[in-house]
Design a protein around this ligand. Structure first.
Ligand SMILES: Nc1ncnc2c1ncn2[C@@H]1O[C@H](COP(=O)(O)OP(=O)(O)OP(=O)(O)O)[C@@H](O)[C@H]1O
Length: 294
């Protein structure tokens, strides 16, 4: 499989009080062409920093290592080259659609912009924008095209953000917790849509999420991060069937299941990771799978 995005040895640091603080410590990650890769891990593990590094969105970050998108090296590339891939090389969807949209600009214009700045006529950009919004399930898309963001519900706004991210047909979509701000039913609709559109277009997706249920339904491959490092990566079925790293086993053990015994406590990551981290001192058995009553 050809690699669309290939990150290797990525290190990211920020200015600290006395010296720079490194928060991502040598991450390797591949998104093959047309595949959906979920990046999971606890809060603060470096998922967003890793994803934002691809498009160098953070002026304070110092980035080392290699990030190749479609074979092009982005670390150390001229700002013009990195700007050039935003939109057509890689599109971005963030968690909160309200902060991603300009509140005083009509949504249609925001959707058209990535095309217009690439030289597409306004007429064609408008037609393509309306068609995409319609494809993304916005009823009466032509009439709603000139509305402002506040006239849309949260779920509809996130469809607008997705439209902006994919209108210039990027080969890669980076979606950072794209449905966290939405209610569960709308979450499912938006993810289903992303899944379908990615398949239709053969678009690779890097999806950041906390939610392993989302991973199971959406991703082909999973990369698990902890403390700024990748601890495990595998195809989704393999990882769910036989997680290798204690941290991943802990994450999976913490998922509530409808068929589990309600009197039995769920395991937590700490049940596994403590064992892992103290393995040299005292080899203790982890709490049993979803089942060890205490
Ligand atoms: N602009 C910044 N300046 C300094 N430190 C930062 C900056 N952005 C992120 N960090 C630090 O980098 C670490 C990793 O953060 P990151 O946002 O990537 O975590 P995450 O895994 O995406 O977490 P979450 O799931 O909560 O979004 C954290 O310790 C965070 O405080």
């Amino acid at each position: 499989m050809t690699a669309l995005l290939e990150i290797s040895g990525l290190r990211v640091s920020y200015p600290g009080v006395d010296e720079p603080v490194e928060v991502v410590h040598g991450v390797d990650l591949v998104v093959p062409q047309g595949r959906k890769v979920a990046l999971v891990g606890e809060s603060g593990s470096g998922k967003s920093v890793t994803a934002r590094s691809v498009l160098q969105l953070d002026p304070d970050a110092t980035i080392a290592g290699s990030i190749r998108l479609g074979g092009q090296e982005l670390v150390g590339a001229a700002p013009k080259i990195v700007r050039g891939i935003r939109g057509s090389g890689a599109g971005l969807v963030f968690q909160d659609p309200l902060t991603s949209l300009n509140p005083v600009m009509r949504i249609g214009w925001q959707i058209m912009q990535p095309l217009v700045i690439r030289g597409v006529s306004k007429k064609e950009a408008r037609e393509r924008g309306i068609a995409l919004l319609d494809r993304l399930g916005v009823v009466n898309a032509a009439a709603r095209f000139d509305d402002y963001p506040h006239q849309f519900s949260g779920g509809m706004r996130q469809r607008v953000v997705i439209a902006i991210a994919i209108i210039a047909e990027p080969a890669l979509l980076i979606a950072d917790e794209p449905t966290t701000a939405l209610d569960v039913q709308v979450q499912a609709q938006v993810l289903e849509l992303l899944h379908e559109v990615a398949d239709e277009r053969g678009m690779g997706v890097l999806l950041i999420t906390h939610d392993l249920a989302i991973v199971a339904g959406f991703a082909d491959d999973v990369v698990v991060m902890r403390h700024g490092e990748v601890v495990e990566s595998a195809p989704v079925d393999e990882l769910f069937a036989a997680p290798k790293h204690p941290y991943t086993r802990g994450l999976l053990g913490a998922i509530p299941r409808l068929d589990s015994d309600p009197s039995v406590r769920l395991t937590s990551v700490a049940d596994y990771v403590d064992t892992f981290e103290t393995v040299d001192d005292e080899p203790a058995a982890p709490a049993a799978e979803n089942g060890a009553a205490r």
